[in-house]
Structures are given as C-alpha cells and as structure tokens.
Design a protein. Structure first.
Lengths: 294, 440
C-alpha cells in the first residue's frame, strides 16, 4: 500500500480511492456522469493522461506522468521552474510536435480518443484544445481579425453576420467588448497588456474549443489585470475545461479546483486544491507551498 | 576619518579627478566617431563632385547650323518619293555639298576632308531622318522638304565639341591635338555667325552605343540593364524565398541541411567571375542560349544573387517572433497557414530589402557578364530578352576604355545614370517595405 502511494503513476489511482470516481475504469474509457458521488468534486475526466514520457533529444523532461483532467474544472499545474509542467501542458495539444527533437511516449486521451494516434488531425485537435500563452501574443492585425482568424480558417462562420456575432460574443465573454467596441479595427497590439491577454483568450475561445490550456497567462501582467483574468477563468470554467500552469501559488489556490504539483519531471502530488494547500501529503509539496524552494 | 569615509562625498578631489577622466574619455570617443563620419562624408562628396563635374558636359552637345539644300537630284533622282529609295540615298554627298557651300574658299581635297570633320558622321543620319520623317508625314502633292533649302542644326564632331567646352587647349602643339589650327579657324567663323549652339543632349539618354562619342548614348545600356535585372528578379525572388522558407520553416535540421546551409554561405562569397564562367559553360555551351542576351545575363546574375537573397530572407524569417507562430498553431492553423498568414507577411519587408540589395549588387556587376559576351559593341537598343544587349556597368567599362576625349564626360554621365538607377531601386525598396511593414 505504501509503495503504491509513492509511485507517481498511482496518484490518479489514489484519487480513485479518494473520490471513487474512476473505480473500475480502463484507459480510454470515460467515467459515467452518473457515477459521480454526491458532493464529489469531479464530474468526469475530459482528458486522461497515462504514463506520459517526454524527451528533448536525449534529455528526458517528463517521467511517467499520469493525470486526469476533470471536465468543467480548472486544473492548476504548479512546481518550480523546469519541472516539466509546461512540457506536460504542451503535450496535451501536441504543441511539442513543432519542437525539434521532441519525442512523446504514453497516452493522452481526450474523450476516449488517443491524441497521439497516427490518424489524428493535429489541426482539428488544436481547435478542440485551445491555448493561451505566457506573453500576450496578438497577431499584428486588427482586434476584429485577431478573434475572427480562428473561425475563418476553420470555416466556422457561414457569413459576415455570423462572424460578427462570434467576434462580438467572444469579446463580450472576456469583458473586452464594452471597452473597445468602437475601435474593433485598431491593431490588436494597441491594447494594454491585460487587454491583449484577454484578446488572446477571446481568440482561443472563438473556435469553441472544449479545453483551454493556459501557460502562465498572468505572469506578464500587473495585479489588476491579473485579477480580471482570474475572474474570467472562473467564468469560463462553466463552458470549458481549463488547465493552467502558474508560478503564482495564490493564483492556483484562487482559480483552481484541482492542483497538480510537479517536481523534476515527475508528478509528485495531485489533489483537490483546497486539500493540497491546507494539508499536503508529501513533504516536497509542503516545502514548495510554504516557500522553502522553487 | 578612514579612506572609506573620504571617498563618500560627491565633491572630493579624487571623485572630481575621476569624473574629469571619464568625461575626457567620453569626449575622445565621440570625437573618433565624428571624425570617421566626417571622413566618410568627405569622400562621398569628393566622389559625387568629380562625377558631377565631369558628367556635366555630356548633357550638352554642340550643334552646327548649316543651310542645306535638299537637292532632288541627290535624294530622289527618279522622283518617286518612295520611302525605301529615300532611305538609301546619298545623304553624305548632300552634307558634304552643304559644308562646301558654307566654306566656298576651300578647294583642296585634303583640306576639304578636314572641313567635313567639323560635323559628326552622325549628321548624315540626321539628314536622312529629317527627310524620311517629313516625307512620311506630308500628304501627297505637298511641297515637301525635298527641293527646299533649310537651315538645320546638325551635331558637331566630338573634337569641335570638346574644343568649345575648353577641354582641348590651343596651347597644345598642333600635332598633339585632334583639332587643327585651320579647323579652329573654321569653328571660330561659325561661332561668330551664331551658327554654333549647345543643345540639351537628348540622344545621350535615348541612343545606343556608337564609336562616335557625340552620337553615343546610354539608352541601350539602360534598357539592357533593365531587361537583365528583370530576368534576375523573376528568377531569384521566387526561388530565393521558397528556398529560404523551406530551409527555415519546413526542413528538418540534420547533417544535410547543415551542409546546404554552409554551401549557401560559401556561394555568397564566391567571386562573381566564377558565375560568369559557369554561365558560359552551362547556358551558352550546353543549352545553346544566344550570346550577349539579357536572358543569359539575367540567369548568370540570378545565380550570383540567389545566396544573398536566401540569406536575407532566412534572416527575416528568423526575426518573426516565435510567439506569433505559437499563437497561430495554438488555434489550429496548419503549418502552411502559419507560414502564409503570419510568418510571410511579417518577413516580407525584410525579404524585399534583401532582394533589392541583391539586385543592386547585380546591377553593378561587370565581370560575369564579360564571360557571356555582354561586353560586345551593340549599336542598337535591345528589343527583347534574346537580342544582343549590353548593361550600364559594361557600357561604362567600354567607354572608359575608349581613347576619345569626349568619352570621359560620357563615362561620368553614365556613372551618374547608374547611380540614379540604383537610387530609384532603393527608393522602391523603401516604399515597398513601408507599405508592407506590420507592427507588433
């Protein structure tokens, strides 16, 4: 029992033990909503990751990480720099594919489909799993075109009005429409840092993804802009499944329901955020949370 | 008081000395910069001054006014007014008669020949063109130019031109100058009669090369340069950009691409004559393309400029921030869409700049073109890509090599034309860059 708990591979199994959600579930199977016990935090796993190993050339960056991402919840990935949390995030929508010399082993399932299957269209996958980056990176185009780009390339909008509606809807959702409705055709780069990041989120949700991956979305922003984004993340949770990498422990505590602690390429602990921050099981987690390293 | 305490204030002796030293060093450094810049500006000014000073004369051409009787018995003895017959008539005889009539006192044959030399050999064609043009435009039954006597302005010979521009000194012994005392006397009579004027030299811009400097023009070379560069541009830009995109965006980084990389960099440093030799061996001898043709010149220059354009294009592709690529990939753009919608538009201004730099290099190139015969004497303005042509730098080279005094100013003027051509190209590049520039 003890060794089992210390094998990182079994952390999700431990969650199984804790919540009873995944009991008897095989890889690739989706948990039944009905099986969620009353008062449970996890209504179901959107993404199931099993034994994922990532290599950059000869260097291994992730060791056998297994993790379930529950649907319509915010999962925070925390850990010191270089612990592999960004690598893990990028493995979920295969953004690592474009990195020279990067190799991924193991399974990532979204709704029971293997993301790394040979027949998977990466383009479609990334439309389903959107991404927001550390530094706001709007295209050097107008605000409107930034949001409209995704729907355009995926042929989502049938006509001009539909596209306008999508853009308006997405900008409203991120709380940007009020602020900028009369300068939709100004360049996206003319906005402030926080507004740019919200624009990037609007751009990501414009293709109506199921999952949004956020790679330290607030690290380049001031506290007020950060607060707005956090608020937004909380709202977006209703429609999307969110995985967020953050260096800011308070942020993880504020926005997420589930927290995963990574260290040296391994998943050390995975638990409900509340429990993780109040009563971590691992000493390494406790040390990190209390600021002893990282 | 310890040393440490003494060092603390702003106004201690040692502090002030240190500050003075630093200021002196800064001033010295600034002085070196300003001195280097001044030297560069001075040399540039000197260069432009000499070229302009020399070139100025070429823009004006001395003309002689002669009363010419367009005698029907010489031009059109049959009276048919047939253009073909008019074209081959003896206008030389007509001209000689007009000159003889202007100076009736000259009778001796040898002296007469000297007299004819006052007017350019090109004047014969000027007379012919006058007759043919007027006959063509005139309706039938009109009294045309034939049979009338007119005062016409004809191009003076280069020696007269140079003498009147003060480039041939009277002090030089007669045997050592190209214009004799007697010819000078005739010219002076003409000047007194007001029969000599300087006109703007249109022919210099519209004409092709000639052995006679007074009727030689840079027009043929400009057209040749234009055609050649056109071929170079349509070959290098697509090939160079495609190669750069492949190497930078699509190709895996392995030993092969490294090898290609090194070789492209090496090719950029290969002496241009080598490309000329390659062109001679491949395009002329193997593929049998015509000699002296702009299409071959363009291809040779394309070989030479390709490395420059590829390197510049790759640099500008690399300058596109990776965050933009990630952003596009992150919302599900395909690789081609990332390149086409985001990377290319941002890299394009840099690619244009690189291309224009390459083209400017190609514009000034002589050596590779010598190898494929573009150094030939071409007295016609090329009409197409496969016709014999020469280019501006080669024209300058040919003229600089010619012994006639009047070619000196024409050489400078041609250099000026080349510089203006270059400035226009650079201007286009700047406009293009400004137009396509994206802010991020």
């Amino acid at each position: 029992m003890y060794t089992e708990l210390h094998d990182p591979r079994n952390f999700s199994l431990r969650r199984v033990a804790n919540s009873g959600v995944y009991a008897g579930l095989k890889v690739g199977e989706r948990p039944m909503r009905d099986s969620v016990p009353a008062g449970g935090i996890c209504p179901g796993a959107k993404i199931i990751v099993r034994d994922i190993r990532v290599f950059y050339g000869n260097k291994q960056a992730l060791y056998d990480v297994s993790l379930d991402v529950p649907e319509n919840r915010v999962t925070a990935l925390i850990g010191p720099s270089g612990c592999g949390k960004s690598t893990f995030l990028r493995s979920l929508n295969r953004m690592n594919d474009v990195v020279e010399g990067c190799r991924v082993e193991g399974h990532v399932m979204i709704d029971g489909e293997d993301v790394y299957d040979r027949n998977v269209d990466v383009v479609k996958l990334r439309a389903r799993i959107g991404m927001v980056f550390q530094k706001p990176n709007p295209f050097p185009k107008s605000i409107y075109d930034n949001v409209a780009y995704g729907p355009r390339i995926h042929g989502i909008a049938n006509n001009r009005e539909h596209l306008d509606a999508i853009v308006r809807d997405c900008l409203t959702r991120v709380g940007l429409f009020e602020e900028i409705q009369d300068r939709l055709h100004d360049p996206g780069t003319s906005l402030s840092g926080g507004q740019q990041q919200r624009l990037c989120i609007a751009r990501a949700i414009a293709v109506s993804p199921e999952v949004i991956l956020m790679d330290e979305p607030c690290s380049a922003l001031d506290p007020i802009a950060t607060a707005r984004i956090e608020e937004l993340i909380d709202q977006l949770r209703e429609k999307f499944t969110i995985v967020i990498v953050t260096h800011n422990l308070q942020q993880a505590a504020r926005v997420s329901q589930l927290t995963a602690f990574f260290h040296l390429g391994r998943l050390v602990e995975l638990d409900d955020t509340e429990r993780m921050f109040t009563n971590p099981r691992e000493t390494r987690t406790a040390d990190y949370i209390t600021g002893r390293y990282g | 008081m310890t040393d440490f305490a003494a060092r603390r204030g702003f106004d201690t002796v040692s502090q002030r000395a240190q500050l003075r030293r630093r200021h002196r060093a800064e001033r010295r450094f600034q002085f070196y910069g300003v001195a280097a810049l001044s030297a560069a500006i001075l040399f540039l000014a000197l260069l432009l001054w000499t070229i302009l000073g020399n070139a100025f004369g070429a823009f004006q051409q001395t003309m002689v006014r002669l009363p010419v009787h367009f005698a029907e018995d010489i031009i059109d003895p049959q009276g048919t007014r047939d253009i073909q017959n008019l074209g081959v008539a003896d206008y030389g005889g007509l001209l000689k008669r007009a000159i003889r009539e202007r100076f009736p006192e000259v009778t001796e044959r040898r002296v007469k020949r000297k007299l004819y030399d006052i007017v350019s050999p090109g004047a014969v064609f000027e007379l012919r063109d006058m007759v043919m043009q007027e006959t063509e435009t005139a309706g039938t039954g009109e009294i045309g130019i034939i049979g009338s006597t007119r005062n016409v302005w004809l191009t003076a010979s280069d020696d007269v031109d140079q003498f009147l521009k003060g480039r041939i000194s009277v002090e030089t012994p007669e045997a050592h100058r190209r214009i004799s005392d007697q010819q000078i006397a005739w010219v002076e009579t003409l000047v007194q009669d007001g029969a000599i004027e300087r006109h703007f030299n249109t022919r210099f811009f519209t004409g092709a090369d000639s052995r006679e400097p007074e009727i030689a023009g840079v027009g043929g070379a400009v057209v040749g340069s234009f055609l050649t560069l056109f071929v170079t541009l349509i070959l290098t830009f697509p090939i160079g950009v495609a190669a750069a995109i492949h190497l930078e965006e699509l190709a895996p980084k392995n030993r092969w691409t490294d090898l290609i990389d090194i070789n492209i960099n090496n090719l950029a440093a290969v002496p241009s004559v080598v490309f000329g030799l390659l062109g001679l061996a491949v395009f002329l001898n193997f593929f049998g393309f015509p000699r002296s043709a702009p299409v071959v010149g363009g291809m040779v220059l394309a070989l030479m400029t390709l490395p420059t354009i590829i390197i510049a294009s790759r640099t500008s592709l690399r300058a596109v921030p990776p965050s933009i690529r990630e952003a596009a990939l992150g919302i599900g753009a395909s690789r081609l869409q990332v390149i086409g919608h985001h990377v290319m538009p941002m890299a394009l201004p840099g690619m244009f700049t690189g291309t224009i730099i390459g083209m400017a290099q190609a514009l000034g190139e002589t050596a590779p073109l010598l190898m494929i015969g573009m150094v030939a004497f071409i007295a016609d303005i090329p009409g197409g890509l496969f016709e014999p042509a020469t280019v501006l730098p080669v024209q300058i080279f040919i003229w600089a090599d010619s012994p006639e005094r009047a070619f000196i100013e024409r050489t400078s003027a041609a250099i000026l034309v080349l510089l203006v051509f270059l400035a226009c190209m650079n201007l286009t590049a700047i406009i293009m860059r400004k137009k396509f520039e994206l802010k991020y």
